[in-house]
Design a protein around this ligand. Structure first.
Ligand code: GCV
Length: 720
């Protein structure tokens, strides 16, 4: 009897599904990040294969050396088609891992001096006349970084026979800040929910956390703050500390320490005390006991990150105490265990009428030298809030007696969320390379603590990571995570070199693929600046969610919540006067910088309206009027997105269909939203300036009321 048709169809479908399974399992959905280890072209693979046939671990290897070897096996199996065997007898083609004290280091000509605890050497050498590739480091952690360094080198299609590379980080704490809430929501997150499944932890240890650790270790990140700076005290309860400990266990073999954001009022909320006053001995005792409890379970716990007296968070100011008193009290609790306090300088008061850009400096600079040794003050790159472009924060270089940690935002709260391509390598580089005008030098020098002995140093990045398959909400956002790690490791790396490295490993090491991807990356952030906030404008995003333009918003309760506060446009002109005739925020910079920013003639066009309120007919350095220049930049931003789209279409032969199509769609979204930003901004500023559009400029697609009427109550990443 013939089977019922329904059964036959079902069987056929099952058979098809089975056939398709391997393809689906290896789909290019972005999960593998820059660690794809895709096969190299056969000619290249054949050239390097003989040099990579075996791995020899250091004597008595620990867990970190073991994961380093496992990563080399995995990477080489992918790239050259054959995993090296583990050997205890030297043979030609061995990758030889050598730790400090090994006599073979001298024979191989490897000098570990100056590498610190995390640096490494990669060197083609001869040991006992056997040709080998040495990974040399003082510690196993260095060997792990060296292994990733070797894989990165190979992933760019580079030769191995003349390898001679030294690398060591200048900054000690290279840390991600997750703004993840205990309910799984990620504040300012655009890549899904939190990676930490607080509900199922500590029982369920998601293997994905090992991939998270691998990715971070591959770019040198050695710490992660698990929870939002707008913190819940509950994270410090025994129940949650068990969960934190489970995560710490998974990250430890990769050299990644966990840190927690601590809520200053925790002694009241979970400790049963009446006060959180930092000078109250009972409060100090409570924190010391809490630290003891944490370290009993997590011996290498990193420490606390604290947002205090900022945007409604509790802090020492609630008791009339200073930030130093608050930070030092926590520092004393952590000091016996070697923990640190990262105390944020992102403060502006609800009651302070001063220019918001001045408030952090006013509050923190007088505290220079008053923090304990295990406190580092974490300062955002600019004085307002992670805008597409800001001048560097005036605190850099102005607190020589205090370690300062740079805080960057990797997630794109103000740069188009997940969909817009905005490579932040160029933004980070711009900040790091800026000369503060103080004796300390550039922001990078300040952050590296140059000339300050072995004081605490650090860089933090607000993570753009969630539980989306591709981790960061888009393939190109992965480049920002990558660039953050690489620059935290070595601030001197050029952003375009990092872009090329990332493109080679993420897509293909072929020059025809690397070139257009690098071009896209390198032009992208400036495009966003142009279509959102050109010429030094800032904070023109819509309220709360910061999605899309809202330059007309001027009716919110606090002045500094309103875009109109920042642009101050009227019929006469536009911009925030921070020169001596205005808020005098320029006076917070070193004299030479204050002079440069204090005069419109010497202020670069790209920061002009940050520092000056100028008439619409003011001449830019290009000779155009401010009005014409403003419109031209909006148009240039839109045109650059079209150019990015053209460049992306050239990569089709080198990029798998899945990631190519998703990126192409996101570029369409970006093109539409760039146009929206341009049109809404032009419509608004024209309504204020009452000037005709310059010849050739297209009128906005809609009238101003249309743009004002748009609302987005369900935009992602909400901040509550
Ligand atoms: C975590 C901005 C963001 C907030 C963030 C805050 C901060 O104000 O919009 O979501 O809060 O910065 O850095 O603390």
């Amino acid at each position: 009897m013939a089977r019922p048709i329904i059964t036959r169809v079902r069987r056929l479908l099952i058979a098809m599904a089975v056939l398709l399974l391997p393809a689906a399992a290896s789909a290019e959905d972005g999960f593998r990040l820059w660690l794809r280890y895709a096969p190299l072209a056969e000619a290249e693979a054949a050239a390097i294969r003989p040099a990579l046939t075996a791995i020899m671990l250091p004597p008595e290897p620990g867990p970190v050396a073991a994961v380093a070897a496992a990563e080399l096996e995995r990477g080489l199996a992918g790239m050259v088609g054959r995993a090296p065997i583990r050997t205890t007898r030297l043979q030609a083609g061995t990758i030889l891992m050598l730790r400090e004290g090994d006599p073979r280091l001298r024979e191989a000509g490897v000098d570990l001096r100056g590498l610190g605890d995390e640096g490494f050497v990669l060197r083609s050498a001869s040991v006992g006349s056997v040709p080998v590739t040495v990974i040399g480091a003082r510690t196993e952690q260095g060997l792990l970084y060296g292994s990733f360094g070797l894989l990165r080198h190979l992933g760019q299609g580079r030769a191995i026979d003349v390898l001679d590379l030294r690398s060591a980080p200048k900054v000690r704490l290279r840390v991600l800040n997750h703004w993840d809430n205990l309910d799984g929501h990620v504040e300012r997150g655009y890549a899904g929910d939190s990676l930490w499944d607080w509900w199922l932890l500590p029982d369920w240890r998601d293997p994905r956390l090992t991939d998270y650790a691998r990715a971070n270790a591959s770019i040198g990140i050695n710490g992660t703050v698990l929870n939002n700076v707008n913190a819940s005290a509950e994270i410090l309860t025994p129940r949650y500390l068990e969960k934190v400990a489970a995560i710490a266990d998974m990250l430890r073999p990769y050299g990644i320490k966990v840190y927690l954001s601590a809520r200053f009022s925790a002694p009241i909320e979970i400790g049963g005390l009446q006060s959180a006053d930092p000078v109250d001995p009972a409060v100090g005792r409570w924190w010391a006991q809490t630290a003891n409890r944490i370290y009993a379970r997590i011996p290498d716990f990193g420490g606390f990150l604290v947002k205090a007296n900022s945007e409604g968070q509790p802090g020492p100011g609630d008791y009339g105490r200073s930030h130093a008193e608050g930070a030092n009290m926590l520092a004393r609790a952590l000091a016996p265990h070697g923990g640190v306090v990262m105390w944020r300088a992102f403060v502006y008061s609800e009651t302070d009428a001063a220019d918001r850009a001045k408030q952090a400096y006013a509050e923190f600079q007088p505290l220079d030298g008053r923090f304990d040794d295990n406190v580092i003050v974490q300062v955002k790159n600019g004085a307002i809030d992670f805008q597409p472009r800001e001048p560097f924060h005036p605190l850099f270089g102005a607190m020589p007696q205090t370690p300062l940690m740079l805080e960057l935002q990797i997630t794109k709260e103000y740069l188009g969320f997940a969909t817009h391509i905005a490579y932040l390598g160029t933004l980070f580089e711009e900040v790091l390379d800026t000369d503060t005008g103080h004796p300390a030098g550039t922001v990078a020098d300040v952050v590296a603590g140059s000339g300050q002995g072995d004081r605490l140093t650090g860089i933090a990045g607000v993570a753009n990571i969630g539980d989306d398959r591709d981790w960061s909400g888009s393939t190109f956002n992965q480049a920002n995570w990558y660039a953050f790690g690489r620059l935290a490791w070595d601030a001197a790396l050029p952003a375009d070199e990092i872009a090329r490295e990332w493109a080679a490993q993420t897509f293909s090491p072929r020059a025809e693929a690397i070139a257009p991807v690098t071009d896209i990356l390198m032009m992208s952030r400036e495009a966003v600046v142009d279509y959102m906030t050109p010429l030094g404008l800032a904070h023109l995003m819509a309220t709360d969610h910061h999605y899309g333009p809202g330059p007309w918003v001027g009716d919110l309760a606090r002045p500094e919540w309103n875009p109109t506060y920042y642009h101050r446009a009227d019929r006469e002109g536009i911009g925030f006067d921070r020169s001596v005739t205005g808020s005098n925020a320029v006076s917070q910079y070193a004299p030479a910088v204050a002079r440069r920013f204090g005069d419109p003639a010497t202020t670069p066009d790209n920061l002009l309206l940050w520092f000056h309120h100028l008439p619409w007919d003011h001449r830019l350095s290009t000779g155009e009027t401010l009005w014409a220049g403003l419109i031209a930049r909006y148009d240039r931003g839109v045109a650059r997105v079209a150019e990015m789209d053209r460049l992306w279409s050239r990569t089709r032969p080198f990029v798998d269909a899945e990631r190519h199509a998703k990126t192409a769609t996101f570029l369409d979204i970006q093109a539409n939203e760039a146009r929206w930003w341009r049109d809404a901004s032009v419509a608004y500023f024209q309504s204020v300036s009452e000037l005709p559009l310059p010849p050739g400029a297209a009128p906005p697609a809609h009238n101003l009321d249309h743009y004002k009427s748009l609302t987005f109550p369900h935009a992602p990443g909400r901040g509550d």
